[in-house]
Write a protein that binds this ligand. Structure first.
Ligand code: GLC
Length: 435
């Protein structure tokens, strides 16, 4: 039982067990409330964008409340933005004045996040943007908010990326020194390939610009077991497919299975976006988690808190969907992975399997009438039950009841007999105890 994955420099043993985390995108872009890229998308002038920091006052921020919501939703770890592409720091950095302690918030918001989530027993991760549209030495490029300024080239031509790379090292040192044990460091993102939108003097940015080898070595020297993603362009512990559903276990360029985590949003935005309405249904939310674990991955599900500091009603409703389902069905997620390749899930269902191989979980996306036929499981299952209420699910082998005698039925067939009324849970789960 079990699949080997490419060896990781960090400690991913807890990670591949816990499976489910909360992504938190929070910064002064929540004031604009039009996506975390709003500064770039709208090319907002500095003096206007600085108003967001001037008036940023998350008076309703209660990290303990967030942590309780995450825990109830079944999330075992969290990753919060310490600095996003806008460059605003949600922690008390000694290397910039552009930070939350210099706003009406007046306190270290990351400190409160770390303390609250750790107190609830969740692992704690930091997202840190490699991109910085505020830093005076970050060269203007095709995604920079100043890219269309008439004097963009004049603004950018003398900027020194090496000074910025040192700034990042200094901040990563602060983050991995001042806040206790940090379990994940989530860098974002590289774009080094040439692009038709580049003006002649512009270029993308990648591992050499970030001085990524030095940055990663520093992180590992401070927190040896830390999990680091692959978005510096240097492969580390974690592959990070985003906003799409992989159809099979993610592999590296050599074809080796890797530790991977899909990151997704409840709606169409990472940061709070007041007027964005593409919020996912309860079925989609649960199926995304199930689909991901059924092919050996983790799901990092994102919330974008408001600038007042609370999770809005839509985010809370989505978290409640997870809480209601995970309360009864989390045994099919934690400590589970892709089922042995001999087990093929029937139509509209997924399998997950416990790491010890003893329990197989059938997760039912479209609830069928009367029977679920499982090939290859005859003789292999000792007992079956609905996971949500531990009620027995009876089964026969080698035949389907109701006058199926005489029809050709596969010898390896196991037929689950299910009630005509779908149990009151978004995705019913049947727990199969293997012999
Ligand atoms: C993309 C988005 C960025 C977001 C990240 C999360 O890189 O540009 O805003 O933080 O995805 O994975």
């Amino acid at each position: 039982m079990g699949y080997t994955t490419r060896k990781t420099p960090g400690d991913t043993s807890w990670f591949v067990h816990d499976r489910f985390g909360m992504f938190i995108h929070w910064g002064t872009y929540a004031m604009a409330a039009r996506h975390e890229w709003v500064k770039s998308r709208e090319c907002i002038p500095e003096d206007h964008y600085n108003l967001y920091a001037k008036y940023f006052d998350p008076d309703l921020y209660d990290a303990k409340e967030w942590a309780k919501k995450a825990k109830a939703a079944g999330m075992k770890y969290a990753v919060m933005t310490t600095k996003h592409h806008e460059g605003f720091c949600m922690f008390d950095s000694a290397y910039t004045d552009y930070k939350c302690t210099n706003t009406p918030a007046g306190r270290d918001l990351i400190r409160e996040y770390v303390d609250a989530f750790r107190a609830e027993g969740l692992k704690v991760g930091f997202y840190y943007s490699l991109i910085d549209w505020h830093h005076p030495e970050f060269p203007i490029d095709r995604i920079h908010p100043r890219r269309n300024d008439e004097d963009a080239y004049a603004q950018s031509k003398d900027r020194n990326m090496k000074i910025y790379a040192e700034y990042m090292r200094n901040q990563v040192r602060e983050l991995l020194t001042n806040y206790g044990k940090i379990d994940i460091l989530w860098f974002d993102f590289s774009y080094s390939k040439d692009d038709p939108n580049d003006k002649p003097w512009m270029k993308g940015k990648g591992k050499d610009d970030w001085e990524a080898e030095e940055l990663i070595a520093l992180a590992r020297s401070l927190q040896p077991g830390i999990i680091i993603d692959n978005r510096t362009e240097i492969e580390q512990d974690l592959w990070t497919p985003e906003q799409y559903q992989p159809l099979e276990w993610v592999r590296d360029k050599n074809g080796e299975r890797v530790v991977w985590e899909a990151c997704q949003t409840f709606s169409g935005s990472w940061g709070y976006y007041r007027d964005e309405s593409t919020w996912k249904s309860p079925e989609m939310l649960i199926r995304m988690l199930v689909n991901t674990v059924s092919i050996g991955g983790n799901l990092l599900m994102n919330v974008g808190p408001t600038a007042r500091g609370y999770l809005d009603y839509r985010a809370e409703a989505a978290l409640d969907v997870y809480a209601n389902w995970m309360k009864y069905n989390s045994r099919s997620i934690y400590g589970c992975t892709m089922a042995d390749e001999e087990f093929k899930a029937p139509a509209d269902c997924r399998f997950t399997q416990s790491e010890d191989g003893k329990r197989l979980y059938l997760l039912i996306f479209a609830y069928p009438f009367a029977h679920i036929q499982l090939r290859g499981l005859a003789g292999k299952v000792e007992y079956a039950q609905f996971l949500h209420d531990a009620s027995e699910v009876k089964f026969t082998e080698g035949k389907v009841n109701h006058f199926s005698e005489g029809t050709t039925v596969a010898e390896d067939l196991l037929v689950l007999e299910i009630p005509p009324v779908k149990p009151n849970t978004v995705v019913p789960v049947i727990e199969l105890f293997l012999k």
